[in-house]
Design a protein around this ligand. Structure first.
Ligand code: FAD
Length: 325
């Protein structure tokens, strides 16, 4: 029996949110007196696979396209990946399955729960309380409330919210085993032909730092100062809804209630008023910095640091200061 963690790859590297999931899973394994096994799907170097050990996985099951093995696994596919993870859980006799809350995770969790007749808690933000059954705390209503979920099914699936836990790394490496479960055409009813990043090099949902801008930027021609700061900080760029509605920026950058929900370590909001619908997507960021020329802008109430000033003056100076570090 082991705790099984599904770890996602991005261009052959284990995603940071999945490193967190592995660490979380390893902690649950410690608490329940068992070991942690990670299942990784797609192409990755042996050393990258073994690096799951740094976050606490004792073993990695690796499923990828290979001669005579399952085909078409190198593109993320929620249906096929759910089948692979369910097969791994059955092989390992896993009773707890952990994965990061992500778009791919969302495409997998309900399918996995169906296949394994499991109980599921999403957006989990703390280690389980095992004092009276198996209780996990999760974030609901875009971070405005918490739910305490008693998972009573034999198999439990936990989708962990990004930035919930800070992994402590060791020098350990995991043993890597090939894993080739039976897959059939019904697992590939949806087939992913290719994937491409919508904008920028840093994926917004995964980004540690985000520089976001709103209508205060006045027009798309002014986004250079936002991109300059983002580049200096190795940050992703984001925007408010009106900005994407006006086609100043792509919809993939729209954050908020009706857009992407993010929880980076640092969110810098430039010329954004801080409407409740915007906050719904960003208020679980660890540190929020607001730059707005109106000292009464509602966003300042949610800010850890506020700069009352004109973005056209503040942003270039901030970029210069970051570049000088
Ligand atoms: P504005 O409200 O126009 O604010 C611009 C800000 O820039 C102001 O605070 C102003 O003081 C400041 N400013 C202007 N010039 C400068 C300058 N030179 N320097 C510094 N500051 C300056 N919005 C979202 O963002 N995400 C959502 O998901 C979302 N979903 C919604 C869902 C529903 C059902 C509804 C009704 C609305 C939704 N909205 C959403 C819209 C939301 O209510 C706000 O209208 C929107 O967030 C405002 O965008 P903004 O802050 O860019 O623009």
């Amino acid at each position: 029996m082991s705790v099984l963690i599904f770890a996602e790859l991005d261009e052959g590297k284990i995603k940071k949110s999945s490193q967190e999931a592995i660490f979380y899973g390893a902690k649950v394994a410690q608490m329940t007196g068992t070991s942690a096994t990670a299942v990784i799907i797609g192409q990755a170097d042996e050393s990258e696979l073994a690096s799951a050990g740094r976050f606490g996985a004792a073993k990695v099951l690796h499923a990828t396209d290979r001669d005579g093995g399952p085909a078409k696994l190198n593109e993320p596919n929620g249906m096929a990946y759910a089948t692979v993870v369910a097969a791994a859980a059955q092989q390992e006799g896993s009773k707890v399955i952990v994965l990061a809350k992500s778009s791919l995770g969302d495409a997998m969790t309900a399918r996995l729960a169906g296949k394994l007749k499991a109980g599921l808690a999403a957006n989990v933000i703390e280690l389980p309380d095992l004092s009276n059954g198996f209780r996990v705390k999760s974030s609901i209503y875009t971070g405005k409330a918490f739910a305490f979920n008693d998972l009573k099914a034999d198999v439990k699936i936990l989708a962990i919210k990004k930035n919930t836990i800070t992994p402590e790394e060791t020098e350990a490496t995991a043993t890597v085993e090939s894993f080739a479960p039976a897959l059939n055409d019904s697992d590939f009813v949806i087939s992913v032909k290719s994937t491409e990043k919508s904008s920028g090099d840093i994926l917004l949902p995964e980004a540690d730092f985000v520089v976001s801008a709103g209508r205060g930027l006045k027009g798309p021609e002014n986004w250079g100062i936002v991109e300059d700061l983002a580049k200096a900080l190795h940050a992703a760029t984001a925007c408010s809804k009106p900005v994407s509605d006006l086609d100043w920026r792509p919809h993939s950058e729209h954050v908020g209630q009706t857009g992407i929900k993010i929880s980076p370590n640092l969110y810098i909001a430039c010329g954004i008023s801080g409407a409740i619908q915007h906050l719904a997507g960003v208020n679980s960021s660890k540190v929020i910095v607001v730059i707005n020329k109106d000292p009464e802008a509602p966003f300042f109430k949610s800010a850890d640091y506020g700069i009352v000033g004109d973005v056209f003056d503040v942003l270039p100076r901030l970029t210069k200061a970051v570049q000088a570090l």
